[in-house]
Structure formats: C-alpha cells, structure tokens
Design a protein around this ligand. Structure first.
Ligand code: XMP
Length: 513
C-alpha cells in the first residue's frame, strides 16, 4: 500500500513512457510505470490517485496490439489516455478508431472547443506534438470534443462525469508548449493530488523503511565511489549507522587518485569507515594479453565478485547487500525481450547476492539519476561529487583499447585528468553528460622538435544524453579543442596525436568497448 499520492502510468510501448513518469515527478507527485498487462486487483491495492494510459507503436486493431484490461476504466479512478491510450478509451466506449492514410508526425496547433478541466487554461492555437497512425472519427458515447487541430478534428475528448480524459497529442514532450500545464491540470485539478513527493520526504521514508527491514542486522555495501553507490551508502549510514559495512575494491582501473579521493571524501564528510582493498595487481594479471572487449568485461566482473566475496566472508553476520540500482535499469531489464541483442555485458555487482545468499536493498529502484543526485546533495554530499560524470564499472579497461597494462592505464590517467581539468577550466564540465579519453591501440608518426616520433593516439569523447541509452556528441568550440589537444600532446609522453569522436549513439555506443 502506498502512502503517497501515486499516479500509475500503464505502458503500452511508447518511446515517451518514461518521459510521462518524469513529468509527473517534476511536479512532486510520485509516479510509477507498470506493464499494461497488470491486473485490476494490483491497481486497486496501490490506491492510485490517477492512471495514465501511455501511447504505443501499434494500432488498437492489430492482432498483437497490447490490450487494456477494460475493467480499469470502470474503477472510478481518474484516467488520462495519451495517443494509443486515447484510442483504447474510444474503442471501449464505442467510438470509432480508423487508421490514417498517412501517419501524422510533428507539430500542430490546437483549437480549444470545450474548456474541460484538463485544458481549460491552455493557450488557444498553441503548438502540440503529434505522433500517431490511428485517429478517432466518431466520438465515443457521452464524451465531448474538447479540442481539434487541422488534421485531427477530434484531438482532445473527455467525460467529466467519469473523470476520463484523452489526448491525441503528447503533452509529455517538450515540443507541446502547454504540456506541463496539461499534466499539472491532470494531477492537481482532475486527480486532486498533493505534491508530496519531495527528496526530503523520500529520505525520511527510506530511512524508516530501511530500519524496519534490516532490524539491526548488518548490511554490506560495495562502494565504487560512483554517484549511485555513494548516495546509497550515505543514506544507509543515516539509517543504520555502524551496521553498515562499506567495501571499496580498487581494481587498478580507476581514474587518477580516484580511490584515494573517494575514501577521503567519505571520511572527511561522513566519518564513514571504508574497507579499502587494493586489488589492482590481481585485476591486471587476469587481464594480461586480453584484448577482446567482452572477455575483458567478464574477467573484471568475475574478479570483482571473487575479491568482494573473500572480504565479505570475514563478516559472517551480514544479511543484506545494498545496491544503487536505478529506475531505468529496472525498467530496461523488465522490458528487455528475450530476442534482444546483447550489446555489452554491463558490470555492476550483479551475481553477488545470489552467490552469497544475501538479500538485496535497493533504495533507488524507483528513482532517476537526477533524483538520486538531488537526494545526494540533500544528504550533504558535495555538489562536485554528486554531479560527476558517470564512470563504467570496468573502468579504464574499456578505454584502453587493446591490452590493458599498468603503463597504458597510467598514460590514460594522465590524459584523462588533463581533459577533465580543461573542461572545468573552460567551465563546460557540467554542460556535458559524460566526457573521457580513449587510448587507441595504434601508433602514428609525428614530429617533435626536429625528431620523428612514433607514438600513441588519443581519442576524446564527450556526449550529452539523459540516460545513456541515446547520446549526441558535444559540439566543442575550436578554441577548446585546440587547447586540450596541445596540452595533452605537450604534457603526456607517449602521445603525439589527439582526435575527437563525432559519432552519436546509436549507431555507435558511448564507450568504445
Ligand atoms: P554504452 O557504452 O553502452 O554506455 O553506450 C552507456 C553508459 O553506460 C556506461 N557503462 C557502464 N556502466 N557498468 C556501468 O556501471 C558497465 O559495465 C558499463 N559500461 C558502460 C557508460 O559509461 C555510459 O555512461
């Protein structure tokens, strides 16, 4: 049972489903995405203030179209259908939905014809974002047409008595100028929500729940120093104090001084005791002669488990493992079809809980990364630490292309530090989602002074993204590129060429391996 005002977003496969959940949370209302196949009973148990039916890629008449459990429409809970969600509503209430000759995609202007609670204060003729194949030609019974556009004469409908609203366009997309207002209207005017989902409330509740769950037993935390595990550790410490055991495994693949800085930060700010395991040599010995990216990833994952497990065995009264799993990870793994291709084996602490018979605590299972960052700041973790760029579990091993040796890692560490320091110097570090350097496994000819050089090439990568699933390369000023390239080549022995990666994801990935 939820103690919050919750809005359920039922997922019919739209690429915008996560965005709907985000937009709701931005209004300080809790939202949760659930599969469209969820049972009515489960919905009732969650006691939501409202339900949103997402868009979806199919036509409601396709054989394999995800269907709505139509009893949901009779629960007397306010409903908002978006695009495909609208067509499901129309179909249920005997309206007519037909395939359009041409898919409507892009901007349109809406004309408000009836001021329903959902759109009463929306500016007339404002831009909305359309992306649909089917459309409604006959109004469902007892519904009114509230808005139209040039190509969609029925573009917003409602049945105020039943508290059911539906839109052909996407209010969650930034192109819909009044989208935020529409979502707000749904939350506060239609569903009568209270804005009670705040980072401070989250922390308070999480602490109560964790205390209740762990009941004075010991909890282990694999503290990498990344944002998610760091915030999880501090939250856990607030909840259970001395019962938290943090273990930091230095795999020798970290950035320059990373382990030292992480441990100092926690000791200084939180008096958090961390068991530091220096396993650099072991990891590097296992990686000797390995160049295949997936093999590197597997070796690192397995070695991590082995090292961590050896340490954890020393505490025989541990019952839980805390992980900083985020909401997009949960949704990804829940929706990944069995036919999907494995692109990369991501290394987290996966595999550990089962192997060691530990129960999991995942305080951020329902949060997005920027929400975790807000919580981190509220818990007193320094801003610059909480807003650091993401860093992959296998560390520099997937950025040192070819064989991973200590010398090659050291070289890359020096380059990486110059790159990151330069981003700070030009005041662009926080404008970029992730930036790093890659050491290529080739040598090129250069000239330094009067002498020929034959040295390594560095590729710089900088991208913007919201969740790492897609990414766009960052458009640096030439002045910056010139500065950073000169600085790297002049200061790092062994590098005579710097190139900039201008590929987006897809079709590339963010990391090179
Ligand atoms: P890719 O290279 O798959 O990366 O486009 C997407 C994001 O994930 C990070 N990444 C990882 N993070 N363990 C992690 O925790 C991993 O094994 C891993 N591999 C890639 C990558 O840095 C980027 O932010």
């Amino acid at each position: 049972m939820n103690i919050h005002n919750t809005i359920i977003v039922l997922d019919f496969g739209s690429q915008y489903t996560q965005l709907i959940a985000r937009r709701i949370r931005e209004q300080n209302v809790h939202s949760i995405i659930l599969p469209s196949s969820i049972s009515v009973q489960e919905i009732i148990e969650m006691n939501p203030k409202g339900i949103i039916l997402s868009g979806g890629p199919t036509s409601v008449y396709d054989n394999n179209a995800p269907q709505l459990n139509e009893a949901i429409l009779e629960l007397n809970i306010p409903i908002l259908g978006i695009c495909y969600g609208m067509q499901l509503i129309a179909k249920h209430f005997n309206g007519k939905v037909v395939p359009a000759e041409k898919r409507e995609y892009g901007k349109a202007n809406i004309e408000i014809t009836n001021k329903s609670l959902l759109i009463n204060n929306v500016e007339n003729n404002s831009v909305v974002w359309m992306s649909h194949g089917d459309y409604i030609t006959e109004l469902p019974k007892d519904f009114s047409v509230d808005a139209k556009t040039e190509n969609s004469p029925i573009c917003a409908i409602s049945n105020a008595n039943k508290n059911i609203y539906a839109l052909q366009f996407h209010p969650e997309v930034a192109h819909t100028k009044e989208g935020k207002k529409i979502i707000k209207n749904f939350l506060f005017d239609v569903c009568k929500c209270q804005p009670d989902w705040t980072p401070a409330n989250f922390i308070e509740e999480a602490i109560t729940n964790i205390k209740e769950k762990t009941k004075n037993r010991k909890v282990l935390c694999a503290l990498s120093g990344g944002v998610d595990s760091s915030v999880a550790a501090v939250l856990m410490q607030k909840a259970i104090g001395e019962n938290l055991i943090c273990v930091h495994v230095d795999n020798g693949l970290m950035r320059k001084n990373e382990s030292k800085n992480v441990i100092e930060m926690f000791e200084k700010n939180f008096n958090l005791k961390i068991i530091h395991i220096d396993a650099g040599e072991l990891f590097l010995s296992r990686l000797k002669n390995v160049i295949e990216p997936e093999e590197k990833r597997k070796i690192i994952g397995n070695t991590f488990i082995e090292v961590f497990e050896n340490e954890a065995k020393k505490f025989d009264d541990v019952e839980y493992l805390v992980q900083g799993t985020l909401y997009p990870d949960v949704i990804e793994s829940a929706s990944a079809g069995s036919g999907s291709h494995k692109i990369k084996t991501h290394h987290n602490v996966g595999g550990l809980p089962e192997k060691m018979n530990l129960k999991l605590i995942e305080p951020f299972r329902e949060l997005f990364k920027d929400e975790v960052r807000q919580i981190g700041e509220l818990l007193g973790i320094p801003h610059e630490f909480v807003h650091r760029h993401p860093f992959p579990g296998p560390g520099l091993a997937v950025r040192v292309l070819g064989e991973v040796t200590k010398e090659r890692c050291d070289l890359l560490r020096d380059v990486d530090q110059i790159f990151i320091d330069s981003l700070h110097k030009f005041d662009i570090y926080y404008k970029i989602w992730q930036a790093f350097a890659v050491l290529l496994p080739i040598q090129t000819v250069g000239v330094m002074g009067d002498a020929r050089t034959y040295e390594s090439v560095i590729a710089l990568r900088a991208v913007n993204s919201t969740d790492g699933m897609t990414a766009d390369w960052y458009k640096f000023e030439n002045e910056f590129l010139e500065y950073v390239s000169n600085k790297i080549i002049r200061n790092v022995t062994g590098v005579n060429r710097v190139v900039y990666d201008i590929s987006s994801k897809p079709p590339s990935t963010i990391e090179w391996e």
